[in-house]
Design a protein. Structure first.
Length: 172
């Protein structure tokens, strides 16, 4: 075998391995309806460098409506109405705002947009949250889907209304 060919093959393989980002820590949330509601779903979180890729599907929502979507400070869905999760996850003490735009709570996420059948499928990236490390670690926190859209200005909640579904974010 040609020595130069072997060295070139090793170099190419090494560069390819460096260029391919490996998925880091992952977490999941299994949304269950709060008392009197029907919203359910699954949300996945995968850390890749400084970005967390968030994707999932939520069904049982009001068709054609937008719904607030937030990570809350406590991983506790025991109250039946989702209120046991506390307020928005906000370790940095920031004002409530729009995810990815200016200052906002760590737990402020983009609104969910339900289709004509009441199903919201989504995929976005966050540079604010983390899976398994730093003060912005979401593992063990609550995940809430709200009845109303987030207005991104009302402090500290975004005026998103009652909590339709609740989950505890768990490491995979």
């Amino acid at each position: 075998m040609n020595f130069r060919f072997v060295l070139a093959s090793i170099a190419v393989a090494s560069l390819a391995a460096c260029a391919t980002p490996s998925a880091g820590p992952a977490a999941t949330a299994q949304l269950q309806p709060t008392r009197g509601n029907t919203a359910t779903g699954t949300v996945g979180f995968v850390q890749s460098g400084d970005v967390v890729k968030v994707s999932g599907t939520v069904s049982g929502l009001k068709p054609g409506a937008e719904h607030g979507f937030h990570i809350h400070e406590k991983g506790d869905c025991s109250s039946g109405d989702g209120m046991s999760t506390g307020g928005h996850f906000n370790p940095g003490g920031k004002p409530h705002g729009h995810h990815g735009m200016g200052e906002h709570h760590t737990g402020d996420l983009p609104v969910l947009k339900a289709d004509a059948n009441g199903k919201a499928s989504f995929s976005f990236e966050s540079r604010t949250i983390r899976v398994g490390s730093t003060a912005n670690d979401i593992v063990g926190k609550g995940l809430i889907v709200h009845r109303d859209p987030d207005d991104y200005t009302t402090q500290p909640t975004g005026n998103a209304g009652p909590r339709l579904a609740c989950a505890v974010i768990t490491a995979q």
